[in-house]
Every structure is written in C-alpha cells, then in structure tokens.
Design a protein around this ligand. Structure first.
Ligand code: HEM
Length: 475
C-alpha cells in the first residue's frame, strides 16, 4: 500500500478508535456528569454531549486536515455527509443549552463553544484583546512554518506585522494597487491551463491547481518563482507537519531553508510582484517580512479550492451563469466583477475553508449568564453559522445576493474571512484574483461537470470534494 494511503487509514483508525474508546468510557461517567453550569454561571456540556461534539464536529475537521487537506479524508467526509452532521450536532447543542457560550468539561484546558450570533460578533470584534488569535493549538500548528507570522504575534509586534500585511496586501482596496500588473498574469495562466485541459480532455483538479500555484508564485514572489516547485514542495511538507501540530517534531532546518528561499525572492524584489511592491513599505526591526509571506502562500490554497467549487455551483445554476456571462461581456479594464466575487464568497460560505475560527481569552470575560476565566479557548464553528437552516433561509442553497447588498454583515455571522480587527487582510486581493481567474476561464466557453457529479440546487451537499470535480470544456 502506498504511504499516503497507509497514513490516512492509520489516521482514520486512530481518530475513530480514540473517540470510540472515549465514548464507551464516557457513557459510564456521563451518568455522574450531566449538563449543568460552571461555578461562574455559564452552561456546561454533559460528558456525552462533549464526546458527541468531539466525534461529529472536531474529529472530521481534524481528519480532513486543518492546515493542509488530506484528499482521501475529504472524499470520505463527502460520502458520509460529515460536515452536515456537524452542523446538526451544533444545532442540537444550541437547542439544549441556549445561547452559551457553552463550556466543555475537558480535563486539560478550559474550552468554550460559541452558540449565539451576537457572541460570535463580539469575539471577532474584540480580537486580538481579550480574544487572541494566537491560541495554543494555532501556535503549535503554524510555528512549523511561520513562528513570527502576524497570526501568532501579540502586542506591539502584532500591530506592526498587521500594519505591514495590510499595506502589502492593500487590504482596503477592492482592486490592489498592483492589479494592472497582476491581472495579465492571471490571463496567461488561465490560457495555459485551458490548453492543458484541452490536451487532457477535461479540466481536473491537478490542472486547475497547478495553474493557480504558478500564478500566485508569480504574483507574490515574481516571475522567477513561476516554476519553483521545490519551494512548493517545502511548504507542502511543512504544512503536513503542521497538521499534526505539537505531535510532530519541528523541522527547524527545513523551515530555515524555506524561509531563506523566501528571503532570496524578497531581496530580488522583482518589479510587478508583491515582493517588489513590499520593498518600498517601511518596516522596523520587528516586522519580519519573510515570516509574513508563508501565510500568503499557504492561504492561497483556499482560493484554489473555493474558485473550483464556484465553477461547480455555476454549473448547476444556469440563471447565475447567465449573469456571470453578462458581467464578463461588460467587463472593462479594472472591473471588480462583483457577481463573480459573490459567487466565490458563496462557495466559501457553503463550504468554509477555515471552518474553525479559534481564539484564546487573555483576561476574564463577562457574558449575560456568567463569566469565563482567562486562558479559555473559544471556538466559532463557521459552518454552524453559515448553514443553520433554522435561522438562515438561504442556508443550503446558492444565494450570491447575500453578498451583493449588506445582508451578509447585517443578518447573521457569515465569516469565511473572519471579521473584526483580525479579519483576513488578503480578502480583497484574493477575491480580485479568483474572480479574474473565473472570468478568463468562462469567457466564451461552457464548463460542465461530468454526469453524476452535478449538484442538486435544492440540497447542496454538506461537503463538496473539490479534488474529484472534473469539467468538460466546450469552446
Ligand atoms: C479564499 C482565500 C482565503 C480565505 C478564506 C482566508 C480566510 C482567513 C481567515 C478566516 C483568517 C482569520 C484566521 C483566524 O481568525 O484565526 C485569515 C487570516 C489571514 N489571512 Fe486569509 N484567507 C484567504 C486568503 C488569504 C490570502 C491570499 C492572503 C495573503 C495574500 C491572506 C492573508 C491572511 C493573513 C496575513 C491573515 C492573518 C491576519 C491577522 O492575524 O491579523 N489570506 N484569513
């Protein structure tokens, strides 16, 4: 058996075995430890509910890979509809325990789960203090490749690195200041991708993702990085280790080689790339530009996944495809393509690529029903808020209109890019590049999913396995 397959089977067996044993033990203890409240007044989950949460919400996400996806596990999650079950489990907890935050009786740490939309908003608005994004598990994972990245930074260092990220990524502008240089790169890579798809007879994940990787290496590091597959292999390996967080030894030498390679590109500062653009941004001794870049390279994966899923959504929604075609036909230079952006945002709402938004409180916090000690881990499960069909009419259907007015901000926490002061600073850049990629691919051609893979618009799946999507391309 090949190694990845063996690893995956071992992982699956491990996760299921651990939870099975836990559940069996939990049943006997649960009689003694039912639901209640903490001494500070917040609802506390019973042991059985905590185990169910572990089994149905945490385990599928961890098994699918938090930092880099494991394709066989994503396929399994789709087959067993695991992400829909996770939302249903969260709904049951909310119905049983009320607004929360719900405290979990874990032996090793204080952990809370957010159940109320107002609380989700508060946690995100009050980040990074007192709700720090640099939670213990995030530190353990991301330190494998970016120990001084903004997400893991605190205090004055965080402020400086955040400022630098916002300046480089031109966070506030729908069209990045470098758009005129970036958009032709997207066009070139889309054309090469379509030629490769023609040769193969269809557009599959491999062809799609390789073109994207080339494109964003050129955007971030410059044209000389277009074929730097070694760099891609390094980050893939480091992210693989990060999936295991603290259970995998840190590969210091590999991490150093990877960061040194990034530094070479930053020193080269090629015109027309972010590396070149960054060279003019002021910095101080704590900025650590080379440690900010890994997050960018890593986060582009989410765009590759979401935009491929967006193609699947359009395939099963002819009316929306008509609107996309009209938008492409009217496209002028530097057009922000709002409907295509909304389509990508919908792919991210329906299948969030950051399903667990994690925080850790730095001080005691007070809530309607009680208080929470400092150091508590706080989980916002994005799919629960995005797909709660008891509260959100559009939960399980494609509704790009949610993003075309201000309803995404008004009605309910729709937070694929997080929100508040720690919100993704790459949001506009990534939406600009994704919508441009889709416009180039769809311009003058029809992409169709193979029969049997088409989505049912009335009941979109809880998980959509992007690795198995394959489109025929008709010119
Ligand atoms: C579809 C693609 C993307 C999605 C869905 C996404 C989503 C997110 C989310 C949810 C967070 C917050 C994480 C947390 O609160 O723990 C985040 C943070 C961040 N993202 Fe993105 N991201 C994407 C692409 C990008 C890209 C392409 C870049 C850079 C080029 C980027 C740069 C960052 C940075 C620097 C942070 C850390 C912000 C901070 O700690 O203040 N992201 N992203």
């Amino acid at each position: 058996m090949d190694k990845p397959r063996k690893d995956t089977l071992l992982l699956a067996a491990g996760v299921l075995g651990a939870f099975g044993a836990g559940l069996a033990a939990g049943r006997s203890i649960a009689r003694a430890a039912g639901p209640g409240t903490t001494k500070e007044g917040l609802p506390r989950a019973s042991l059985l509910d905590t185990l169910a949460l572990g089994l149905e919400v945490f385990a599928p996400l961890v098994a699918q890979g938090v930092i880099i996806r494991r394709p066989p596990m994503v396929a399994l999650a789709e087959r067993l509809d695991l992400d829909r079950r996770a939302v249903q489990r969260m709904q049951k907890l909310r119905d049983k325990y009320g607004r929360g935050p719900l405290m979990l009786p874990l032996p090793i740490r204080q952990q809370a789960v957010v159940l109320d939309p107002g609380h989700a908003k508060r946690v995100l608005d009050e980040s990074p203090e007192p709700f720090s994004p640099a939670s213990t598990e995030k530190r353990a994972a991301l330190a494998h490749f970016e120990p001084q990245g903004v997400l893991l930074s605190t205090g004055a260092q965080r402020s400086e690195r955040r400022r630098f990220n916002e300046a480089a990524l031109d966070t506030v502008n729908p069209m990045h200041r470098m758009a005129a240089g970036f958009l032709p790169l997207v066009e070139e890579e889309a054309a090469a991708m379509l030629a490769a798809a023609r040769d193969k007879g269809s557009l599959d994940w491999d062809t799609w993702s390789q073109a994207w990787y080339r494109m964003f290496r050129r955007v971030v590091l410059g044209n000389s990085a277009a074929d730097d597959h070694e760099l891609q292999a390094m980050i893939t390996r480091l992210r693989g280790a990060a999936n295991w967080a603290g259970f995998h030894p840190t590969m210091r030498a590999k991490r150093e080689r990877f960061l040194a390679r990034i530094q070479e590109y930053l020193d080269r500062a090629e015109a027309g790339s972010l590396a070149g653009y960054m060279a003019h941004i002021p910095r101080n001794s704590t900025t650590e530009p080379r440690q900010q870049v890994p997050q960018w390279l890593f986060a582009f994966d989410a765009a590759v996944i979401a935009s491929f899923r967006a193609l699947a959504l359009l395939d099963s929604h002819p009316q929306a495809t008509g609107r996309v075609r009209a938008e492409i036909a009217e496209r002028r230079e530097m057009h922000p393509l709002p409907f295509l952006r909304a389509t990508v945002l919908e792919a991210l709402r329906l299948w969030p690529t950051t399903p667990m938004i994690l925080r850790q409180s730095t001080a005691r916090t007070h809530w309607e029903d009680g208080s929470m000690p400092a150091g508590t881990g706080v989980l916002i499960h994005a799919p629960f808020f995005h797909r709660d069909d008891t509260r959100l009419r559009e939960a399980n259907r494609f509704a790009p209109e949610l993003w075309l007015d201000d309803s995404a901000a008004r009605d309910w926490p729709l937070v694929p890019f997080s929100d508040g002061p720690v919100t993704c600073p790459g949001r506009n850049l990534v939406l600009m590049l994704s919508s441009a990629m889709l416009a180039n691919v769809l311009d003058g051609r029809k992409l169709a999913l193979a029969p049997g893979r088409r989505l049912d618009p009335a009941r979109l799946p809880g998980t959509l396995d992007n690795y198995r999507l394959r489109f025929t391309v008709e010119e």
